[in-house]
Design a protein around this ligand. Sequence first.
Ligand code: CAA
Ligand code: FAD
Length: 388
Amino acid sequence: MSFPLYAPAEEHDMLRETVRALADEKIAPRAAQADEAEEFPWDVYKALVAADLHAIHVPEQYGGAGGDALAAVIVIEEVARACASSSLIPAVNKLGTVPIMLSASEELKQQYLSAVARGDAMFSYALSEPEAGSDAAGMKTRAVRDGDHYVLNGTKMWITNAGVSEYYTVMAVTDPSAGGARGISAFVVEKSDEGVSFGPKERKLGIKASPTRQVILEDVRIPESRMIGAPGTGFKTALATLDHTRVTIAAQALGIAQGALDYAVGYVKERKQFGKAIADFQGVQFMLADMAMKLEAARQLTYHAAAKSELAMKGQPQKDLTFLSSAAKCAASDAAMEITVDAVQLLGGYGYTKDFPVERMMRDAKITQIYEGTNQIQRMVMARQLLK
Ligand code: CAA
Ligand code: FAD
């Protein structure tokens, strides 16, 4: 029996107000231009760092704000309500550093978590490759031991915030004979390591202000102390991380959907046809009701998964976290896609133009059904949990 672990505390409500105020003042006015220019919004990054909202999940002992999983969800949700690309700053900082929080040595935690907490560096997560996306264990990137170092070669693909991040959690094959998952280890690679380079920015449908690039590793020699956890545990660390961070992609989807719903509600009260506000038509009202209903259902599931994530992070394993984080990501992203399409519909022809934000929200929503595992993979993960 599950109890409502997801009820936000007063501090969470206050946090939401703070983030919303910052997003309204400093992020929303920049969102259309950042999308159009396809440029990483460094001013938004600086504003988030100044407010200590760029990586709220980092524990206090490493100089972080020590926010719980729900706090991270709220930050990402409220930033995404204004600008989905910008919400990848706190989301990917969390994705890149959770492997360290879960599995790294104390030395790596001190060094890397504190750099992220200070806002000196961002962290990305490099699992996918050109020929290994859904089947992540099919990766080819190799890390070969050489004395007390490892030498990495390979190409990681689709890496969010590649180039703007200083640090990368990279999964690579250390023992091909172990076969797939069991032969993979995780490492910290630095942008400044010799042999690290980046591919051109992908030209994307949405989240255009967040760079997505290949991370190319050519004879990158790093000390063995940069391995996260023991040899052969990298794939498990990568999947255990996603148990926590699929919740943050759900939060991003909720934020995008909330932004679109809020805009549509305001618009239908103003727009007049047939001599009255289009909000007076029941056909419009029913669409709004369905949008809000889907959003709230996804939000409850996401907060529930966040509460489980928090307990697991505190050392209390939650056997339903894998199911719930996949369910939250899948439900929230499907809801965001439907809600943003409906928001464009409610604005009619105006919704289809760049003069209004809903077309950007619709384009941005699509990625939430694809990354951190496509929604087919989420359904596979959920089914495996049900059938095991
Ligand atoms: N936590 C810890 N360990 C886990 C685990 C979990 N949640 N799930 C599985 N494992 C373990 C298994 O027990 C197994 O270990 P043993 O061999 O010791 O038994 C090992 O990991 C391999 O598990 P599977 O056999 O289930 O692995 P698989 O090869 O069948 O693949 C998968 C599983 C679910 C398909 C996985 O590959 C997957 O999630 N694919 C999608 C990839 C993905 O999500 N990529 C995200 C990239 S990041 C991103 O996109 C960034 C962004 O959004 C910004
Ligand atoms: P494929 O695996 O080739 O899938 C193609 C289609 O086949 C999909 O519809 C998929 O659902 C379906 N399919 C595959 N296998 C099955 C199956 N068993 N059952 C049913 N259907 C299946 N990765 C990172 O590591 N780090 C990042 O920071 C990162 N950021 C990203 C940012 C963007 C903008 C994008 C587009 C991707 C990013 N990714 C990142 C990669 C992302 O996680 C992968 O794109 C995703 O996991 C899908 O892999 P793929 O693109 O190779 O598609």
